[in-house]
Design a protein around this ligand. Structure first.
Ligand SMILES: Cc1cc2nc3c(=O)[nH]c(=O)nc-3n(C[C@H](O)[C@H](O)[C@H](O)COP(=O)(O)OP(=O)(O)OC[C@H]3O[C@@H](n4cnc5c(N)ncnc54)[C@H](O)[C@@H]3O)c2cc1C
Length: 434
């Protein structure tokens, strides 16, 4: 009997596990399960809508999905439609590739106010993730504060200040594009606790901020050191030197005729969200960096704003029956092994770090561990899984169904854009019903 494998999550890490299993040429039957009808995880719902070239990695995933031993089951949620114990009884191996979909909280007074929206939620909204269709963020504000000094913070700032012409080739859903276009947002403050040298931007993303049509990158030259100091690996030092160079260019070319601004604000730690029920501003304490760590200086300043977007990290969605490593915030695992027959890959294994390709070795590891631990299939696999779903009236989405959804999205695309996304599960199901 083939070894039956259920991969829960069809983001990059799920696909890299499937790819490695397919390439092994072992006798396997692979079922990929995702809570959304649409595959590809954060490639669809996280990667910025104006960075379409990054999303092309899905072409390789599609080749895996179309392999004869792989079946896709979208619109099936572990924990809602089926439990981990049921999967254990059905499959020889289960790989949890469920990512880290939750937002880390700021943990400061006022962070529950209306208008504080974590980056996972905000990015999910502008990328048309069905969970966030009704978010309706307050964009009726001149100032937005994004907290964090990584690429996600840059993505958010860029999407908010690019012109409609610059977004023509993006796949923002129409209601999102309309909301952003008519918003009076003129300033996005991107605030980091530490300095420009410690910031985690990659240089391509940072440099792009110097070339936006109607938004200038603003930075206080006093925040920029002469050179990169500190204990960095050669690779890290080179990256930081490039970033410092880019920031110095921004500081030297203020570009006053552009109407919008992205303010790179360093050495500031958020201490309180201001306002009543809704956000009216945010208070920061100025910091200095000592031994790589930010410490408060006792000096404070406020930024008035109607929207605060913390882009400070992600949290696991706990799965009943699966232990969490509280310290690392991941599923507890020993290099991918969770318990007998259960494995983990990607963000759920390592935490929210690295680029898409960083998930590939995880995929290879999980596949190798499965094939090392299990020589032969003994559990019923696909047929039993489908029987359970049928019994529960779960309308699962096959890969062919997804291709139909994809074709309709492409056909509905406005000029220049690759697609107009369906942003509700019902709309996708209606399309398939008709
Ligand atoms: C905003 C943002 C922008 C990014 N931009 C880039 C970029 O430009 N370049 C780059 O290299 N990397 C980028 N990354 C990183 C990249 O997206 C991640 O490395 C990668 O997506 C992690 O893959 P994953 O498979 O572990 O998780 P995910 O991509 O999150 O996939 C997890 C999948 O599991 C599914 N799932 C979750 N829970 C369940 C459940 N209970 N039942 C069934 N299915 C479930 C989800 O629906 C999802 O499809 C970005 C990340 C973010 C957040």
């Amino acid at each position: 009997m083939p070894i039956s494998v259920a991969i829960v999550g069809s983001g990059p890490s799920g696909f890299y596990v499937a790819e490695a299993l397919v390439k092994s040429e072992a006798d396997v039957e692979i079922d990929m399960i995702d809570r959304l009808p649409t595959p590809f995880g954060l490639i669809r719902a996280g990667v910025a809508p104006d960075h379409q070239s990054t999303k092309r990695v899905t072409r390789a995933y599609e080749r895996t999905a179309l392999n004869e031993c792989v079946h896709y089951y979208g619109n099936v949620e572990l924990g809602r439609d089926i439990s981990i114990d049921e999967l254990r009884a059905t499959y020889d191996a289960i790989v949890l590739a469920t990512g880290m979909p939750g937002d880390s909280k700021l943990g400061i007074p006022g962070d529950e106010k209306q208008g504080v929206i974590g980056s996972a939620t905000f990015v999910g909204w502008y990328n048309g993730h069905p969970d966030f269709k009704h978010l309706n963020p307050n964009l009726e504000t001149e100032n937005v504060v994004v907290i964090g000094n990584g690429n996600v913070a840059i993505d958010i700032a860029r999407v908010l200040v690019k012109t409609p012409e610059e977004m023509v080739e993006a796949d923002l859903p129409k209601h999102v594009a309309d909301a952003i276009q008519k918003a009076p947002v003129a300033n996005v403050y991107m605030v980091g606790r530490r300095g420009p040298v410690e910031a985690k931007f990659t240089n391509v993303e940072l440099r792009e901020m110097g070339h936006l049509h109607n938004a200038r990158a603003v930075i206080d030259p006093a925040d920029l050191p002469e050179e990169v100091t500190g204990d960095w690996s050669d690779r890290d030092r080179r990256l930081r030197e490039k970033n410092l160079e880019s920031l110095k260019e921004f500081a030297g070319a203020p570009d006053a005729e552009k109407q919008k601004a992205v303010h790179f604000t360093f050495f500031a730690s958020p201490v309180e969200i201001l306002g009543g029920e809704k956000v009216e501003g945010i208070r920061f304490e100025k910091t200095r960096v000592a031994n790589g760590r930010a410490e408060g200086t006792g000096e404070f300043f406020d930024i008035e704003c109607g929207l605060v977007i913390p882009a400070i990290g992600y949290r696991l969605q706990p799965i009943p029956g699966i232990q969490v490593d509280e310290e690392r915030g991941t599923i507890r695992n020993n290099d991918g092994r969770v318990s007998e027959g259960v494995y983990v890959a990607g963000w759920a294994k390592r935490g929210p770090t690295g680029v898409i390709g960083t998930n590939k070795p995880d995929g290879k590891t999980a596949a190798a561990e499965i094939l090392e631990d299990i020589q032969e299939g003994v559990k019923p696999g696909r047929a039993a899984f489908e029987a359970t779903l049928q019994e529960r009236n779960v309308r699962w989405i096959s890969y062919t169904d997804w291709q139909q959804i994809n074709d309709a999205e492409v056909a509905n695309a406005p000029p220049g854009s690759p697609r107009e996304k369906f942003v509700t599960v019902d709309d996708m199901l209606d399309l398939l019903a008709n």
